[in-house]
Design a protein around this ligand. Structure first.
Ligand SMILES: [Zn+2]
Length: 266
């Protein structure tokens, strides 16, 4: 996009791009979060109000803006729209804005941003205590394979090891939960999620991602125990949720973090 356009125009085009892509992500992910756990199609029927079933038009679907314009209520039946919709809107537009500011536009960026969009949807699904469906994992798996074959075909063998390591870590986590009697059975969907994240990130970055997840869990958990008087089990979020958050951080800063690490070791 750069080169022959004055930089002012580039910045304006970039902001328009961020708003457009972020808005599309927000609409897709809110609908995915609502429909996939119920095994409903994301496309058909089109967007509608969950209370009065009124069809929603484009003007009702502009992320963030529509929510405030209709004062957080359905414009047809006045029923409150879940606050989560607004939070997802802000998270998706924010994710695209941070990604583009740090890493810029490229073909690779498109796939990495879409992968991040799905991770944000997974964070919300995990937070709402719903199971990760096979459909969302299939989507994530396909994205990973397309990404690897398009941009890092030579990394493929190492990515397969990342796939195994990611799956084993989530498997161990599930085993630990059963041993401590906080869970009654192994959640295969969580193991699949770990494996796919490992495939996408590759071996060094999935290990980094696990450390980042543990760090966020430790810092966030201590903070909530100290200041919000939570007990240990309700203070520390579930590990798959932490892995999804850490996955976003790894996509943004993984390369730099690994370079810094190697500089420290050598
Ligand atoms: Zn309504």
């Amino acid at each position: 996009m750069s080169g022959f356009l004055p930089s002012g125009i580039n910045i304006v085009l970039s902001i328009l791009g961020i708003i457009t892509v972020g808005s599309i992500f927000a609409i897709i992910s809110n609908s995915t979060i609502d429909r996939i756990p119920k095994n409903q199609s994301i496309i058909n029927p089109g967007p509608y109000c969950k209370t009065c079933a009124a069809k929603l038009f484009w003007k009702d679907l502009i992320p963030i803006w529509s929510y405030f314009h209709s004062k957080g209520k359905c414009p047809y039946c006045n029923d409150p729209i879940p606050q989560r919709n607004l939070i997802v809107d802000i998270a998706q537009v924010g994710w695209v804005a941070i990604y583009i500011t740090l890493l810029g536009w490229s073909y690779q960026a498109v796939l990495e941003m879409v992968f991040g969009m799905v991770l944000i949807a997974i964070i919300v699904i995990e937070k709402e205590n719903r199971r990760l469906s096979d459909l969302i994992l299939l989507l994530l798996g396909m994205l990973s394979v397309i990404y690897l074959l398009s941009f890092q075909p030579s990394n493929f063998p190492m990515s397969v090891i990342g796939f195994l390591v990611g799956g084993i870590i989530l498997g161990l986590y599930n085993g630990l939960k059963i041993l401590t009697r906080t869970k009654s059975h192994i959640d295969i969907a969580e193991i699949k999620f770990g494996a796919i994240l490992g495939l996408f990130l590759g071996i060094s970055q999935i290990v980094l991602c696990v450390f980042v997840a543990l760090l966020i869990g430790a810092i966030g958990g201590s903070f909530r125990i100290k200041f919000m008087a939570k007990d240990y089990y309700s203070a520390v979020p579930e590990f798959p949720l932490l892995m999804a958050v850490a996955g976003l951080i790894t996509i943004l800063f993984g390369q730099e973090m690994l370079i810094l690490y190697h500089m420290g070791v050598d």
